[in-house]
Structure formats: C-alpha cells, structure tokens
Design a binder for this molecule. Structure first.
Ligand code: SF4
Ligand code: SF4
Length: 340
C-alpha cells in the first residue's frame, strides 16, 4: 500500500509574498467576509497608485509573488493593466483571487501566461455554497471556472471550512476533478471581519474536527491528481514554532495605505507600515511586531489573543496543542508518493 506525502511547507528564504487589496468593494456579502471597512477603508486605488505600489513592493533580489485581492479585484476596471504592469516589473507569479464573477471581461484582456485565476467556493452544490456566499453564486462561479479552464488558464480553488460546510468538503475533490482545477486551497475560518461578530454561531472547528477531516479529504484530492494546500493549524510534538512576521516576508496591503505583516492583526490599527507619498514608512508605538517576538507555550500570540477558545489545556494548565502560524501550510502533491 502507498500513500501520498503530506509535507509542511516551511517559510522560504528569499521569497516575498505581496497580498495587494486594490479595493474593498465587492458584489457579494459572504457570511465570513474578513474585509473590515472601518480598518481597511472603502477606497478604490487609482491606476497610477497601483503602478506605484507595485514598484514599491517588488524586490528584484527575491522571488516576488503577487496576489491581487479585494473586495472583488475584478471589479477594478484597471485590473488587466495592473496584471500586465506587474509582469513587466518582474513579479515571479501573479494570482487573482476572485469570487468567480470575473467582471470587466478580464479573461479577454489577459492571457493564461499572465496570471493564475483563483476561485472561491464554500460548498459542492448551490444548496451548501449559496447560503454562505449568496444566491446564484455557485452557478456563476462554476460556469466561469469552466470557461477559464477551457481558455487554458491555470486555476485554483479556495474552500473556507467552518461548521457550516465541513461535512460537505469530502465532495469537493470529485467536483474539482470534473472542473479541471489543478490546485485546491483548504482554508480555515478565522475570527476576523464579519466572522468576529459571529462567535455565537460557533463556526470555528475543534482540533478533533479539523484533524479528522482535512488530511483525509486532501489525500482524496491528491489521489485525483490535484495539488492540495492547507494550513498546518496544530503543531505536533517536537515541531518547531516560528512566526512568519519574524522569519518571512509577507506584506498585506490595503487601499487606505495600511501594510500588515500578519493577517490576524488586520482588524486592529497595529500595522507595521503605512504607505505615505509612495514610500513605505515604518510605524512606531504599539505595532504588530511587538507581539511577534513573545514566546508562549500556546505558539502563535495573536491566536491566543483573538481566538483563545481554540486552545485546550490539561489539568496543570499546559496547552494540549500548540497553534502554528496561520501562514504555515502543508501540501500534498500528486505523484509524490511514499511506501507506508
Ligand atoms: S467575495 Fe470575498 S470580499 Fe466579497 S464578500 Fe465574499 S469574502 Fe468578502
Ligand atoms: S499568525 Fe501568529 S505566528 Fe503568524 S505572523 Fe501572525 S502573530 Fe506571527
């Protein structure tokens, strides 16, 4: 018998990931949306500002990867221009994270070599997906996904797992295989943005729920030839904890000029930098960096502060699980097999 290898993807030296929210507006209103206009503003960046900020965050000495986000990034009329500018500047990869509506005929304006198109679905059918993401979303998203695959675009799909849809995750590998999607990102619901106000709904998963479902579904998808990426979440005995804020280069940029290094901090004015007059200015005072260096038995400090409910303790008060950095991923690549 053989099984695919689940591998932890460590933070890569000489890699920079730029998560660029070019607007916060969206045509949908998903139940777990993390966009927080009070903190991230309501602005749509101008074409000139996008070009300027793309140059600001590009580092020729590192592999610079760019992810366009919103809101819904395809609602920006200059997205195609921005993708081509990023390519000219030299970004190693460009991805557009879309809710699937693909406004402004984006697929007619860029070519498959320009960008990866990433779609979001939270259920294998309209009955499961649409109560979370909106009426008619499943049909539109899957129709556009099929068009993207037919046009030769490299596609991926993000599924945000919560108590609302965990029971249906196992149906996703077959759907993705039928749709021709190459990469599957399984995401865990966080308490950010709107989810923060829904703790009473108890959408978050327990360690038992996560560990009993996610690796098995990931394996099933890999068996169908799909590359699966999912968060580590719980560190095993002996595994080392590291904070991406200290050891990796990730920038989460918002249209109001805030720049964070940690996505868990995005609901608070503790951003590391502000973009002022086209320059990246480090902030002083209580910024997210102050939390990164704190060593606690539970692992990630921000998780302990924001989501203490997902840590269980023994009678002596020791945590039963350490929580990894939310940016630490695991992957299963099809074809990477080990005897076991
Ligand atoms: S598609 Fe994205 S930005 Fe739009 S409401 Fe849903 S989660 Fe929020
Ligand atoms: S999620 Fe936790 S470990 Fe990761 S960057 Fe943020 S504070 Fe650091």
């Amino acid at each position: 018998m053989s099984r695919d290898l689940i591998r932890t993807v460590g933070f890569q030296p000489r890699e920079r990931n730029v998560f660029f929210h070019i607007l916060t507006a969206c045509n949908l209103s998903c139940r777990h949306c993390y966009i927080n206009p009070d903190q991230h503003g309501k602005a749509t960046l101008s074409k000139e500002t996008i070009d300027e900020w793309l140059r600001l965050f590009y580092d020729p000495d590192q592999e610079s990867n760019l992810i366009f986000l919103g809101g819904e990034p395809t609602m920006h009329p200059d997205l195609a221009h921005a993708i081509k500018t990023a390519r000219k500047i030299g970004y190693h990869s460009v991805t557009v994270d879309s809710n699937g509506y693909l406004f402004h005929n984006i697929m007619e304006k860029i070519s498959p070599s320009d960008a990866v198109l990433s779609f979001s679905l939270d259920g294998p059918s309209p009955e499961i997906n649409d109560p979370i993401r909106g009426k008619g979303v499943f049909a539109t998203c899957t129709a556009n996904l099929k068009k993207a695959v037919a046009k030769g675009f490299d596609t991926s799909l993000i599924y945000t797992v919560s108590r609302m849809n965990i029971d249906y995750l196992e149906q996703m590998p077959a759907l993705l295989h039928d749709l021709g999607v190459k990469r599957f990102f399984i995401q865990v619901i966080g308490i950010r943005g709107k989810s923060a106000g829904q703790t009473k709904d108890n959408l978050q998963l327990s360690p038992g729920e996560w560990l009993s479902v996610i690796p098995q579904v990931a394996q099933k998808a890999a068996d169908l030839g799909i590359h699966v990426i999912f968060p580590k979440v719980f560190l095993e005995e002996g595994e080392q904890f590291s904070c991406a804020g200290q050891v990796a280069e990730n920038f989460f940029i918002f249209p109001n000029g805030r720049v964070y290094k940690c996505p868990l901090c995005e609901d608070f004015p503790v951003h590391s930098f502000t973009i002022e007059d086209g320059k990246l200015v480090p902030n002083t005072g209580l910024t997210e960096d102050k939390f990164f260096s704190l060593q606690i038995a539970e692992g990630c400090v921000m998780n302990k502060l924001l989501q203490p409910g997902n840590i269980d303790y023994d009678k002596q008060g020791n945590p039963l699980h350490r929580i990894s950095c939310c940016l630490l991923k695991q992957e299963i690549k099809p074809g990477l097999r080990a005897e076991g």
